[in-house]
Ligand binder design. Structure first.
Ligand SMILES: [Zn+2]
Length: 166
């Protein structure tokens, strides 16, 4: 198979994980009724930072922790079928989606050898807190999510602290 060695390290690690698999029998419903939307930033540990474990919460991630149509679709399913009754939107400090400008991101992609992507909106923001508030309002405006409790937060990648924005 092409690129067979590309995933060799993680598949080898999975052999060990599966050999002592600790999560057999876990239920698909979110045990703590929680959904967490956060950024893809690899400095963020969504479970550990909130003191939760596998099975407790639905974790959604995208660049910038933005409430996109797909996040809304997923929250509707999680709320009505998977036991979610509260949702956190957790942006973070030093996020690439809030550093510089949308043009900077396009330029950086090209400088890294990527293609021209003028048609792509990376959902860059200049004001993270205002954006989190707007995104929370997007969730609240969705009739299918009217009974979901939602809150906006900021995670500090330097201290690990989560503070509430709205
Ligand atoms: Zn980020």
């Amino acid at each position: 198979m092409p690129g067979e060695s590309t995933f060799a390290d993680v598949l080898a690690a999975n052999e060990e994980y599966a050999a002592e698999f600790p999560l057999a029998g876990l239920q698909a419903r979110a045990a703590k009724g929680l959904a967490v939307l956060t950024c893809i930033d690899s400095r963020i540990e969504p479970l550990a930072m909130l003191g939760i474990r596998p099975g407790d919460a639905k974790i959604l991630r995208n660049a910038g922790a933005r409430v996109t149509d797909d996040v809304l679709r997923t929250l509707v399913l999680a709320h009505h079928l998977l036991g979610v009754d509260r949702a956190m939107v957790v942006a973070h400090t030093d996020c690439a989606m809030a550093t510089g400008t949308e043009d900077d991101i396009h330029r950086a992609v090209q400088e890294a050898g990527g293609p021209e992507m003028r048609g792509v909106d990376f959902l860059f923001t200049r004001d993270q807190k205002a954006t989190v508030r707007d995104d929370i309002e997007r969730i609240r405006a969705r009739p299918q999510l009217a009974r979901l409790d939602v809150g906006g937060f900021l995670y500090d990648v330097g201290t690990g602290r989560v503070t509430r924005i709205c």
